[in-house]
Design a protein around this ligand. Structure first.
Ligand SMILES: CN(C)C(=N)NCCC[C@H](N)C(=O)O
Length: 288
C-alpha cells in the first residue's frame, strides 16, 4: 500500500488548518450561539473580548489530529482509487479514472475520516465555544482548561461514547460531500489541463479552492446540526437525536438555520483547500 499519500495528506492538511482556523472559530460561534448579529459582529466581539488569541482557541488539538484525519482522507482516497482502477497517483493523468470511481473513493475516504475526526472535532467545537478571555482575573474560570482537560472531563462525565457525540451527523456530513469534493477537484483540473498533462500550480490552487467551496456549501446544513449536537447539554438544549435536532432547529429558527455559517464556511474553504491541494500535489511530485 503506497504511504506517501498519507504523509502528503498530513502535511497539506496542517498547512490548510492554520490558515483556516480563525474563520472556523467565527463559524462555530455563529452556528451555536445566538448572541452575534453576523460575521463582522462576531469577529469584532471576539477580538475585543479575547484578543487575537480568541480566534485560535482549540487549534493545538486539530493540528495534532490532522496528522490522522487528513492522512486517512487522502491516503484512503488514493488507495481506494488504486483498488478500483489499478492506477497509482502518477499514472492517473495518463489514464484518468471515471468520475464514478472518484466519487466512490472520495466517499470511502470521507466515511473513514469521519470516525477518526469525531472526538477531535468535538473537543475543538467545545473549546471554540468558550468565550471567556484566557487571562481574566476574578472572572469564572472556563469549564475546560485545555484539550486534554476537555477530553478527560467528557470521558469522566459521559464515558467513551461521550467523545463520539455528533459522530453520526459528522459521518452523514462527510461521506457524500467528500465524494463531491474530489469529483469537483478532478473535474476542474481536467477542464483546464490538456489531456495527459499535469495541471499547473494555478489550476491546482483554483480547482482546490472551488472544490473546497462546493463541498462545504453542500455540507453546511449537516454541519450546523453536527455542531449543535456536539454542544447539546452544555447550557444548550438536549436533543433526542439527529432528526429531533433538525426539526426543532427549523421550527424555532426557520429553514435559514441550515445555512448558518455558509458565507464564512465558503470564505474559509477557498484558501484552506487551495493550499491543501497545492501542497499535496507538490509533495507527491517531489517524492515521485
Ligand atoms: C466538506 N468537507 C467536510 C470537506 N471538504 N472536508 C475536507 C476537509 C478539507 C479541509 N481540511 C477543510 O477543512 O476544508
Amino acid at each position: 500500500m503506497p504511504v506517501e499519500e498519507f504523509v502528503a495528506g498530513w502535511i497539506s492538511g496542517a498547512l490548510g488548518l492554520v490558515l483556516g482556523h480563525p474563520f472556523d472559530t467565527v463559524k462555530v460561534r455563529l452556528q451555536t450561539q445566538s448572541t452575534y448579529r453576523g460575521i463582522i459582529d462576531c469577529t469584532v466581539k471576539t477580538y475585543r473580548h479575547e484578543s487575537i488569541l480568541g480566534f485560535f482557541k482549540g487549534m493545538s488539538f486539530p493540528i495534532a489530529s490532522i496528522a490522522v484525519v487528513n492522512s486517512v482522507l487522502f491516503g484512503v482516497y488514493s488507495n481506494a482509487l488504486l483498488a478500483l482502477t489499478a492506477t497509482s497517483h502518477h499514472e492517473r493523468r495518463l489514464q484518468p479514472p471515471s468520475y464514478t470511481h472518484v466519487f466512490i473513493a472520495g466517499c470511502t475516504g470521507g466515511f473513514l475520516q469521519a470516525y477518526c475526526l469525531a472526538p477531535f472535532d468535538l473537543i475543538k467545537v467545545r473549546l471554540q465555544n468558550q468565550t471567556e478571555p484566557r487571562a481574566r482575573q476574578g472572572g469564572p474560570p472556563p469549564r475546560y482548561r485545555g484539550p486534554v482537560h476537555c477530553a478527560a472531563s467528557i470521558f469522566q462525565e459521559e464515558g467513551p461514547r461521550g467523545l463520539f457525540r455528533g459522530a453520526w451527523a459528522l459521518t452523514l456530513r462527510d461521506t457524500p460531500t467528500l465524494g463531491i469534493y474530489f469529483v469537483s477537484y478532478e473535474w476542474l483540473c481536467r477542464q483546464a489541463t490538456p489531456d495527459g498533462q499535469n495541471p499547473s500550480s494555478t489550476t491546482v490552487l483554483v480547482a482546490g479552492g472551488f472544490a473546497g467551496i462546493t463541498s462545504w456549501v453542500t455540507a453546511t446544513p449537516l454541519d450546523v446540526i453536527k455542531s449543535r449536537m456536539q454542544m447539546a447539554g452544555l447550557g444548550q438544549r438536549e436533543y433526542q437525536g439527529l432528526l429531533d435536532c433538525m426539526v426543532s432547529s427549523a421550527r424555532q429558527e426557520g429553514l435559514g438555520v441550515f445555512f448558518r455559517g455558509l458565507t464564512i464556511n465558503s470564505a474559509r474553504a477557498f484558501p484552506v483547500n487551495a493550499v491543501t491541494f497545492l501542497s499535496y500535489e507538490y509533495l507527491l511530485h517531489l517524492w515521485g
